[in-house]
Design a protein around this ligand. Structure first.
Ligand code: 5RP
Length: 218
């Protein structure tokens, strides 16, 4: 199977975690897009969705799936989203598509977080995939210098603006042995909106598409 076929396979399998008659959170990226397309087949079974990006909201709406503002919703039963990397503790790196901040907010509100990915995303140690950090534009150079002090190599994602009007630094060369600690440390740098480590609020279930079928970790 190709990586995209594995993404499609796991996105379809994630439908079983959709809680009927509730609002669900929907992530961003190619795996989330497969999930949205699959969700269209059962859209009558849910109350609606909260989207983690403008792109996701548009795709949901193209399927006539209701999209609510997060502030109008009291509860999200489950959040379904992809990842750039995942370890066996269900710590993730996310934000390859630049939607990390809204993704982290929706994940925080959701009762359950089901992460869906192809099996190439499973790693022993996070950090090979550059870690995205969303920054307030005027703080970009300052934040970059602080990250260098922590041993990372930040690269400005040029010509990219997040849905929140901010910029992204992709941090290379991090060997993330303490994801919870690093997530907090990076978020304490003034000017950082948030970083792509999802360790303080990890996934509750990791589902991986593979040649052997769906692999699950919880
Ligand atoms: C977007 C994300 C995505 O979940 C992550 O980049 C994985 O994307 P894909 O499903 O296309 O492999 O965090 O900000």
């Amino acid at each position: 199977m190709t990586p995209d076929e594995k993404k499609q396979q796991v996105a379809q399998a994630a439908l079983e975690h959709v809680v009927e008659d509730t609002v669900i959170g929907v992530g961003t990226g190619s795996t989330a897009n497969h999930f949205i397309d699959a969700l269209a087949s059962i859209k009558h079974k849910i109350e609606g969705t909260v989207a983690s990006s403008e792109a996701t909201a548009q795709r949901l709406k193209s399927h006539h799936i209701p999209v609510f503002e997060l502030n109008a919703v009291a509860e999200i039963s489950v959040y379904i989203d992809g990842a750039d990397e995942a370890n066996r503790h269900l710590h993730l790196t996310k934000g390859g598509g630049g939607a990390l901040t809204r993704e982290k907010i929706v994940a925080a509100v959701s009762k359950r977080f089901v992460c869906v990915a192809d099996d190439s995303k499973l790693v022993d140690v996070l950090g090979k995939f550059p870690l995205p950090i969303e920054v307030i534009p005027m703080a970009r150079s300052y934040v970059a210098r602080e990250i260098v002090k922590l041993g990372g190599k930040p690269i400005w994602r040029e010509n990219f603006v997040t849905d929140n009007g901010n910029e992204i630094l992709d941090v290379h060369s991090l060997n993330i042995v303490d994801p919870v600690g690093l997530e907090s440390e990076l978020n304490h740098i003034t000017g950082v909106v948030t970083n792509g480590l999802f360790a303080r609020r990890p996934a509750d279930l990791l589902m991986l598409g593979s040649d052997k079928g769906i692999l699950t970790f919880d």
